[in-house]
Ligand binder design. Structure first.
Ligand code: TRP
Length: 426
C-alpha cells in the first residue's frame, strides 16, 4: 500500500479548503442566503457550522487517519463495510462525472472571455448552444484531462501544491470582484436583497434545514473524499484547528461570493437566479454592461475554475486511493482509468439534460448523502474513546470531551434528519 501523506499542515488545510470551496459556494450559497433571510440566514448557518459542520469534518478526517480510506475504514468497522466503501466510491465517481461537465462549460467561458468574444455574444442563446452539445463533451474531456494531470503527480506534488497556489489566488480574485461589485453605481439594491435581515425566517425549520444541507454539500462531508484526505494526515499534523479553518474559510468564501454577485446583478437591473443560469447567463450580461467588464469576466471564470479544479482533484483522488490500495494499480494507471470512467459516465450528461439531472439527483440527493451517515456509524463502531484520542494527536487546539457524545449521538441524528428532510422539503 503506498503511504501517501500531506507534506505540511498548511498544505493539508489548502487541500481540504480546496475540496470544500466549489460551485456550491458560488452559485448556491448566495442565492439561498438571499432567499432565506439575508443577513439573518447567517445566524443559523454559523450556529450550525460551529455545532455540526466542524464536527462533521473532524469525524471524517479522524476516521480517515485512524482507519484509512472509505473501503478500509468501513470494511474494518461495519458489516458489509467493504461494499459500503465501494458504494461511496461509485457515488464519488458520479459526482465527478457531472461536475466535470460544468467545469467544461466554465473552461469554454474562460477561453471565450480571454479572447474577448464573450462581450459580443447573446448570453442566453450562447449558453443554450454550448451546454448539452457535442462541444460540451470536448470541454468536459479537457476538464477531466487537467484534473488527471494534477492527480497523477501525487498527493504532495500534485494536489497539495496546486491547492497551495489556487487557494490564495482564489481569495485575491474574489476580493477584487467583491470590491468592484459593491462600488458600482446603484449596487445598493443588491446589498439589500442579499443582506436585509428577515428575522422571521430564522424561526422557520425550513431555513435551518436548507442551511444544514447546504453546509454538508459545501464542506464535502459525504463520507468520501474527506475520509481519503483524512487518511493522508500524519500523526503529528493537526485535525481540530484544520477543521475549524476549513469550515470558516469555506463559509467566508461563500459569503463573499454574494458580495461579488448581487450588487453587480442589481446594479444593471437584472434578476438574481441560482445555478448555471446565474454564472453562465446573468453574470455574462453584467460583464457586458460593466466598464472594463472583460477583465472582470476573465477573473471571474478563472475564480470558478480554481474553485472547481480544487474540488475535482479531491473527487478523482478518492477513486485513485481506492484503486491503488485495493486493485494494486499504479497511481498513473488508476488516475487515467478513473478519469476516463468519469468521462464515459458524464459525457451523455454533457449532451442530454435529463440524464444530467438524473445523475446529479442520484449522487447528491438520493444516495450520496448516505455516505455521511456511513462515516458517522463507522466512527462509532471504531470506538468513540479511541477516536477522541486520535483527534488529540498532533492537535494545535483541544476539543472538550463533549465532542464524544456529540460525535456519537447528536451528529448521526442530525445527518439522518438532513437526509430525510430533503425529501420532505423537495
Ligand atoms: N463542496 C463542493 C462544492 O461546494 C462540492 C462537493 C461535494 C465535493 N462533495 C464533494 C467536492 C466531494 C469534493 C469532494 O462545490
Amino acid at each position: 500500500m503506498p503511504e501517501e501523506t500531506w507534506k505540511s499542515r498548511v498544505g493539508f488545510v489548502a487541500a481540504a479548503m480546496g475540496s470544500a470551496i466549489g460551485l456550491g459556494n458560488i452559485w448556491m450559497f448566495p442565492m439561498r442566503a438571499g432567499l432565506y433571510g439575508g443577513a439573518a440566514f447567517l445566524v443559523p448557518y454559523l450556529i450550525l457550522l460551529f455545532l455540526i459542520g466542524v464536527v462533521a469534518l473532524t469525524v471524517e478526517f479522524t476516521l480517515g487517519r485512524t482507519a484509512g480510506g472509505p473501503i478500509e475504514a468501513y470494511g474494518k468497522t461495519l458489516p458489509g463495510g467493504k461494499y459500503l466503501g465501494i458504494f461511496v466510491n461509485a457515488m464519488m465517481l458520479m459526482i465527478f462525472a457531472f461536475y466535470s461537465v460544468v467545469v467544461g462549460w466554465a473552461l469554454k467561458y474562460f477561453v471565450t472571455a480571454l479572447t474577448g468574444k464573450l462581450l459580443s455574444v447573446d448570453p442566453g442563446p450562447f449558453f443554450g448552444s454550448i451546454s448539452f452539445s457535442t462541444e460540451a463533451v470536448v470541454w468536459q474531456f479537457i476538464a477531466i484531462a487537467i484534473t488527471i494531470g494534477v492527480v497523477i503527480m501525487g498527493v504532495q506534488k500534485g494536489i497539495e501544491r496546486a491547492c497551495k497556489i489556487m487557494m490564495p489566488g482564489l481569495f485575491v480574485m474574489l476580493i477584487i470582484l467583491a470590491i468592484r461589485s459593491v462600488t458600482l453605481p446603484n449596487s445598493y439594491a443588491g446589498l439589500e436583497f442579499y443582506l436585509l435581515p428577515d428575522w422571521s425566517k430564522i424561526l422557520s425549520g425550513k431555513t435551518w434545514m436548507i442551511a444544514l444541507s447546504q453546509m454538508f454539500f459545501s464542506l464535502s462531508c459525504l463520507g468520501m473524499s474527506n475520509v481519503v484526505y483524512g487518511s493522508y494526515i500524519k500523526k503529528d499534523q493537526d485535525i481540530p484547528l484544520s477543521a475549524i479553518v476549513t469550515a470558516f474559510g469555506d463559509t467566508a468564501v461563500a459569503v463573499t461570493a454574494g458580495f461579488a454577485i448581487f450588487p453587480a446583478v442589481f446594479a444593471f437591473g437584472l434578476e438574481p437566479t441560482a445555478g448555471p443560469g446565474l454564472v453562465f447567463v446573468t453574470l455574462p450580461v453584467v460583464f457586458q454592461k460593466m466598464p472594463g467588464g472583460i477583465i472582470f469576466a476573465v477573473i471571474f471564470f478563472l475564480l470558478i475554475l480554481f474553485a472547481a479544479f480544487s474540488s475535482t482533484v479531491a473527487m478523482l483522488e478518492t477513486n485513485v486511493q481506492a484503486a491503488t490500495t485495493h486493485l494494486n494499480m499504479s497511481r498513473k494507471t488508476a488516475t487515467i482509468l478513473f478519469g476516463l470512467l468519469a468521462f464515459v459516465i458524464g459525457a451523455p450528461g454533457a449532451i442530454n439534460p435529463t440524464y444530467f439531472d438524473w445523475i446529479i439527483n442520484i449522487s447528491t440527493v438520493y444516495l450520496g448523502p448516505l455516505g455521511a451517515l456511513i462515516a458517522a456509524l463507522a466512527l462509532i463502531k471504531l470506538g468513540i474513546d479511541k477516536a477522541y484520542e486520535e483527534l488529540r494527536k498532533g492537535a494545535l487546539i483541544e476539543f472538550p470531551a463533549i465532542w464524544k457524545p456529540w460525535a456519537k449521538y447528536v451528529y448521526p441524528i442530525v445527518v439522518i434528519i438532513v437526509y430525510v428532510s430533503q425529501f420532505i422539503l423537495g
